[in-house]
Design a protein around this ligand. Structure first.
Ligand SMILES: [Zn+2]
Length: 329
């Protein structure tokens, strides 16, 4: 029976059930938090707040969330373990990888390929072994193994740092078989740039979620990416600052009408606390929370022609296939 790694250990992929494929618990700027912890406040209160919010999910039928919080987003697994222990009916899959829109973190700046010219040879990127260790041995001695790989490309495009991380993620993927999620910026069609580099590394697009694809209403562009074989993340429902609820939902309806439900996954990119936003900003986004899809999006898309079978495909079958296709190649 194929299994996926979660915070509490391996779970049969048949038991993943309804899966939200891109939700954070905490997004933190680690060294700012270490030095200015006042806004974060009480660790115990933050943990119980997360437990309270996540405990609502099993009541909506949600069995699994995928948390792609990696280096650059303040990943700290011991805290996530404490939360997972207190929400026993929810599986949490965690990730390895690196999140940047431009340069690599300074830790990596003068290592690996940065030394090629000085050494006169190809120096392997230490990121690859770090990611593989998180997948095969576990993260920071916790025993928790990463279930997926994550990288990012935004409107800045394929900078040298973004490319370096994406190639390291691709190599760790080929070695382990663990699937990939990429933060993309579909407004500037960065999925095509990801396609170029991942294709060059020999990555099967069917094992890759192009995250945040639902941020655009350009269904021709999304059709092109789906035709290339990628899984599209409609994974920011509720972030309606530059867009609207209807624009996001109508784009999903149209992609289902075009026959692509087999390549779409759903989520909200929500969190319990993100230190990128000043206190109060979350109040401007009242629909940005973990149950918005079940409370608001699913009723709307059903009314507009999306079938229960298509919804099950996007929430259950596609995540299962993504996590059970894990042979190295
Ligand atoms: Zn995210």
């Amino acid at each position: 029976m194929p299994q996926v790694q979660t915070v509490r250990g391996p779970v049969d992929t048949a038991d993943l059930g309804t899966t939200l494929m891109h939700e954070h618990i905490f997004v933190l700027t680690a060294d700012v938090q270490q030095n200015y912890p006042e806004e974060w406040g009480s660790e115990e209160e933050r943990i119980s707040d997360a437990v309270r919010r996540l405990s609502e999910l099993p009541g909506r039928g949600i069995r699994t969330i995928v948390d792609p919080t990696v280096i650059g987003l303040g990943r700290y697994i011991p805290r996530i373990q404490r939360i997972a222990e207190q929400v026993p009916d929810l599986n949490i899959v965690v990730a390895t990888g690196c999140y940047t829109y431009d340069d690599v973190p300074f830790f990596f700046h003068y290592r690996g390929p940065a030394l090629n010219a000085a050494v006169g040879a190809e120096v392997p990127d230490p990121m690859v072994d770090m990611f593989v260790k998180d997948i095969e041995e576990g993260i920071t001695g916790t025993g928790v193994k990463a279930g997926l790989l994550k990288c990012a490309i935004d409107h800045q495009g394929m900078t040298s740092g973004v490319e370096r991380v994406m190639r390291a993620v691709a190599k760790a993927h080929r070695r382990t078989g663990v699937p990939i999620t990429v933060h993309t910026h579909p407004g500037s069609r960065q999925g095509l740039e990801a396609q170029r580099v991942l294709g060059d590394e020999g990555v099967d697009p069917g094992r890759v979620v192009l995250g945040h694809s639902g941020d655009t209403t350009d269904v021709e562009h999304l059709t092109e990416l789906a035709e290339a074989g990628f899984v599209l993340g409609f994974d920011r429902f509720g972030i309606n600052l530059d867009t609207t609820f209807e624009a996001r939902a109508d784009t999903l309806v149209e992609m289902c009408r075009r026959g692509y439900a087999g390549q779409i996954v759903l989520s909200q990119d929500a969190n319990c606390y993100i230190d990128w936003l000043a206190p109060g900003v979350m109040d401007l986004l009242p629909q940005w929370h973990y149950t918005h899809i079940h409370d608001d999006v699913l009723p709307y898309v059903r009314e507009h022609g999306v079938t229960d079978e298509q919804i099950d495909t996007m929430l259950v079958a596609n995540p299962r296939r993504y996590f059970e296709t894990v042979s190295p190649y």
